[in-house]
Each structure stands twice: as C-alpha cells, then as structure tokens.
Ligand binder design. Structure first.
Ligand SMILES: [Ca+2]
Ligand SMILES: [Ca+2]
Ligand SMILES: [Ca+2]
Length: 151
C-alpha cells in the first residue's frame, strides 16, 4: 500500500469510470472493515496507515481524523469564510517577488481546485462552498468540488 493506491482508490470512489481497479485490487483495498466493500473509509485508512496514524492494515475501529483537512486552513475543524481569507493571505504572500515556492503539503492544503496553484480562485471556491453548505449541512467539500470543478 502506498500513496498511489490511496490516490487511485480516491479517484475511483469519486468516479468509478476514472480509475481502473482490478477485482483483486478491490479486495486488497478493502482494508477498513474488510468485507463491507470499498468506501471513503478504506481510502482514509490507507492514508492513515501511510502517515503512521494506525499501526497496521486491515483496520477496524475508529479512524484517527485527518489533522490537515483540505480547505480548513486554520484547523478549527470547520470550513468557513475565515479559511477563504487565509487562502487570500497566502496567495498575497506567494505573489511577492521574493516568495519561496510553497511545499507540497502547503499546496495540498490551500489548493482547493487542485490545479497546483494557490490563487484567489481557491478562496472563492471556499466561499461558494460555504454558501452551499448553509443550504445543505451534509455537503462535503469533496462533493462540492466534484460538481464545481471539472477535471
Ligand atoms: Ca471497507
Ligand atoms: Ca477553519
Ligand atoms: Ca488552485
């Protein structure tokens, strides 16, 4: 299991047509509550295992929550306009002529539309997500992005 497996599984979960997973692969990837099929928890379990948050796979029980949640810039567990403004701050920082290239971890956290750059577009996506969230509290950022950001 490596990050490629987790990425492939995530891709497949978002859109089964976008990634190939063999029958054996599906069995191998069913690492969280084996036998219940492939869910987002399986991808989370793989990610948690890779980052050392859980000791072994397969895994049952409570998954440790990801500390770094995409879009939740200040890490308070909520995605709201505060996070959007923090993205704008980071965008401004990076726009400075002497700005350092951001690390992958930074990009992963701030780059909401996953185009590899941190821009005002990412901040506006967070704001749009917050607006939709007000109407549907169960909406996840992932589901929102799947609809808004065509890849
Ligand atoms: Ca499973
Ligand atoms: Ca937040
Ligand atoms: Ca972006």
């Amino acid at each position: 299991m490596d990050t490629n497996d987790a990425a492939t599984l995530n891709k497949w979960l978002n859109d089964p047509a976008s990634a190939e997973i063999s029958e054996q692969g599906k069995v191998n990837a069913d690492v969280y509550n084996p036998g219940d099929g492939l869910t987002a928890e399986d991808a989370e379990a793989i990610a948690a295992f890779i980052s050392g948050l859980i000791p072994s796979l397969p895994y049952t029980g409570e998954l440790p929550g990801p500390k770094e949640k995409r879009g939740d810039i200040n890490g308070d567990g909520k995605i709201n306009p505060v996070d959007a403004s923090l993205i704008l701050v980071k965008f401004a920082e990076l726009s400075a002529s002497d700005a350092e290239t951001p690390s992958d971890a930074i990009i992963k956290k701030y780059d909401i539309n996953e185009d590899g750059r941190i821009t005002a577009v990412d901040a506006s996506l967070i704001l749009a997500y917050c607006a939709d969230l007000a109407g549907d509290e169960t909406l996840t950022l992932e589901a929102f992005l799947a609809e808004k950001v065509k890849k």
